[in-house]
Write a protein that binds this ligand. Structure first.
Ligand SMILES: [Zn+2]
Length: 272
């Protein structure tokens, strides 16, 4: 197992790299997306690249939250697509391996399957356009599985279950399209769909480029640290996790990530 960490603070990237260099992979967060942000400053990005090489780190970027590739209002859809494109350009410049993307949400329940799939089609179109506009780049797009909301909620997230994974990857099969498998989100989705998390992973593990690691009570996406219950769950699919698929801790507090890491290290020793 290779570990990494997701930036959950508004720290600038170089500061974050310097303060966390004991993890071999860092997922940077594009939290300041404005014209004058460091994301568009070439000298700064060159420095980020140099720091990562010097510290022997691999990098990825988490695109800003709030974009919606499945949005039906055309202008919002296009802005979302362009932001993902620009984040890929930035990621390529710093030598990042992928950009993590939330596909977005729809103002309709999961019961309304046909309408939901139309929104997924919009997201697939946007991904196709982004992949084709960046075809000269090495960087991948990693779509993240999101929390599945209850049927009475009147809202749903795009790519919140294994069926939606199949729908997307049947329509769009690119070497550069990957999955970030978020274990905490999958826990909530598996409660909602009554599908087992290990089965979800068994279906998609070849497309996974990394895992987001956090836990919850099965209902609220609290980004809590792992506990004994979650370790039992992870033990069931541990054999699918390869060294080129880092486990990225995604709690808000550093000491919570340390708790998760300690439990995973113990699991490795026990099952060696
Ligand atoms: Zn995540």
């Amino acid at each position: 197992m290779v570990f990494g960490i997701c930036q959950k603070t508004k720290m600038d990237w170089i500061h974050f790299i310097r303060s966390n260099s004991h993890y071999p992979h860092l997922e940077l967060f594009a939290n300041n997306y404005t014209d004058d942000s460091f994301m568009f400053d070439h000298d700064y990005l060159e420095q980020v690249r140099a720091e990562s090489i010097e510290n022997n780190l691999t990098l990825s970027i988490h695109a800003i939250q709030g974009i919606n590739l499945g949005e039906k209002v055309e202008r919002i859809h296009k802005v979302s697509r362009d932001i993902v494109y620009e984040t890929l350009v930035c990621g390529e410049e710093i030598g990042a391996k992928w950009v993590t993307v939330h596909l977005g949400s729809a103002g309709l329940s999961n019961i309304d399957k046909n309408k939901k799939y139309k929104r997924l089609d919009l997201a697939i179109n946007a991904l196709e356009e982004i992949l084709s506009a960046t075809s000269n780049m090495k960087i991948n797009i990693a779509i993240e599985n999101l929390v599945r909301l209850p049927p009475n909620y009147g809202k749903s997230r795009l790519f919140d279950c294994v069926e939606e994974f199949e729908y997307i990857f049947n329509k769009l099969n690119s070497e550069r399209l990957k999955v970030i498998f978020d274990i905490g989100h999958a826990r909530i989705s598996s409660k909602e769909t009554e599908n087992d998390m290990s089965m979800f992973i068994q279906e998609i593990y070849k497309h996974i480029c990394a895992y987001h690691v956090h836990w919850n009570n099965g209902f609220e996406d609290t980004h809590s640290p792992l506990n004994n219950e979650s370790i039992k769950e992870i033990a069931r699919f541990k054999h699918f996790i390869a060294d080129d698929q880092p486990l990225l801790f995604e709690c808000y507090e550093q000491r919570e990530n340390e708790i998760s890491m300690k439990l995973l290290n113990e699991l490795m020793i026990q099952t060696r």
